[in-house]
Design a protein. Structure first.
Length: 173
């Protein structure tokens, strides 16, 4: 199996170093790519997996149909893991969250993602709150990244009650 690791923010050389440390350099090919201009042939992949990024570029109706589904074989798999909300907030940001909210957070519930992805030519297999969400958030808050440092007070203010990580799997029809 070969994996193409497409990323806009992490340079391929940096990712390649990470893959070498894991002894996966012969299995994972790092690519610098923007999500609206993916450099792959149509029907090239058996699966497309996105971890902690799809909510930035795939949260609009039509994106999946135009930019991702053409790349997946018929009956191929789509799998997403994105930060999200445990339940719909109905577009109303809770008062405690307003000081931390930025326009590009794009956090939504499982139901929201099911509704969006379900409009495309896929059959959703499942959508759920990942069991590892608490551990993943804690690791994020402990990392040496400026955005993570800013999220500490947000989670302390009540984020553990609202936030999760949404997992979604679907099959291309």
């Amino acid at each position: 199996m070969t994996v193409y690791a497409a990323d806009l923010w992490i340079h391929p050389t940096e990712n390649f170093g990470r893959f070498k440390k894991l002894k996966l350099e012969d299995k994972i090919i790092p690519i610098l790519a923007e999500a609206h201009a993916l450099p792959f042939a149509h029907e090239y992949f058996d699966a497309v997996i996105s971890v902690d990024s799809y909510h930035y570029f795939g949260n609009k109706e039509g994106y999946l149909d135009k930019h991702v589904l053409p790349l997946i074989n018929k009956n191929g798999i789509l799998a997403l893991a994105v930060p999200g909300f445990k339940k719909d907030i109905g577009g109303i940001i809770p008062e405690w969250l307003k000081p931390f909210w930025v326009d590009n957070m794009n956090f939504y519930s499982c139901k929201w993602w099911e509704n969006l992805i379900g409009k495309s030519d896929v059959k959703i297999s499942s959508c759920w709150e990942l069991k590892s969400f608490e551990q993943a958030w804690k690791e994020w808050l402990e990392c040496d990244e400026i955005h993570a440092k800013g999220d500490i007070s947000m989670m302390d203010a009540g984020g553990w009650e609202y936030f999760n990580i949404v997992g979604l799997t679907a099959e291309k029809k």
